[in-house]
Design a protein around this ligand. Structure first.
Ligand code: NAD
Ligand code: ZN
Length: 247
């Protein structure tokens, strides 16, 4: 049962707050059919994401890593934003002091209409050159997913191998992106933490950092997380059910 008085109280905070941040993780896309990493259905050919989304895996076997990303992009291409993505986009529309920080790479926030998105971990629909670092949109898929022809940079004089524009396990976040995320968190009066297991750093520490800076923190997650006991309010429900109630 969702406590409607609590919903109203958070809604009032949302309307009164000058600055609001929403931090999302894989759980916000679960109702769109995107498997989370920590949960069932996240496996590909018996590999765990942590074994493929690493610079070491790409150095050892770039074909395997590209095959996995092509498989993931193929799984994602028909998926649609869900009511949680739509509600978050509506929050941005409603207020000027709104910031969205996501760990997701699936592009669904943008599809739902969110405009100013801090993508902490990159975007699966972009590739990045390992030589000249140029970033390009990458929506093409091979006709047969098992066929893999490695992609190379088309820029004259470069020709280096392309990689997904994703921050892999063990890699540092882009400094500019991290700065924008921390600005959003540090200045927020109200922070929603939606569908994140709060174990992947540095995003895992953002909510508690925001709370220390004086923000009121609301967690939306059907499961327990390391921050559940410390937030100001929690809704132990699906994001697609709760987030639209604040609009
Ligand atoms: P996670 O997989 O570690 O945790 C998902 C969390 O979502 C869990 O706490 C779970 O209880 C919760 N959840 C599940 N269904 C939910 C729902 N309907 N509503 C609200 N919450 C729900 O995800 P994470 O914390 O984002 O960390 C995983 C890392 O993997 C991130 O770095 C992310 O970049 C990446 N990842 C991204 C995607 C994506 O782009 N959609 C998918 C899988 C993993
Ligand atoms: Zn290049």
């Amino acid at each position: 049962m969702i406590d409607s008085a609590l919903i109203e109280a958070v809604k009032k905070r949302l309307n009164d707050a000058g600055r609001v941040a929403v931090l999302t993780g894989a759980g916000v896309s679960a109702e769109s059919g995107v498997p989370t990493f920590r949960g069932t259905g996240g496996l590909w050919k018996n590999f765990r994401a942590e074994e493929l989304a690493t610079p070491g895996a790409f150095a050892r076997d770039p074909e395997l890593v590209w095959q996995w990303y092509n498989w993931r992009r193929n799984e994602l291409k028909a998926l649609k934003p869900n009511p949680a993505h739509t509600a978050i986009a509506a929050m941005e529309e409603a207020g000027s002091g709104f910031r969205l920080v996501t760990q997701n790479v699936d592009g669904l926030h943008a599809l739902a209409g969110s405009k100013d998105i801090v993508e902490l971990h990159g975007n699966i629909w972009r590739s990045r050159c390992t030589g000249c670092f140029e970033i390009k949109e990458n929506r093409e898929l091979p006709p047969e997913l098992s066929d893999i022809e490695l992609p190379y940079c088309a820029k004259e004089g470069c020709g280096s191998l392309l990689r997904p524009d994703i921050v892999w396990f063990g890699e540092a976040l882009d400094q500019g992106v991290l700065t924008r995320a921390l600005e959003a968190i540090d200045s927020a009066e109200l922070i929603f933490v939606v569908g994140t297991s709060a174990v992947v750093q540095p995003a895992a520490s953002f909510a508690m950092r925001g709370k220390e800076m004086g923000a009121y923190v609301v967690e939306v997650n059907p499961g327990d997380t390391p921050i559940s006991d410390y937030v100001d309010t929690r809704f132990q429900e699906k994001a697609g059910v709760v987030m639209p109630l604040f609009i």
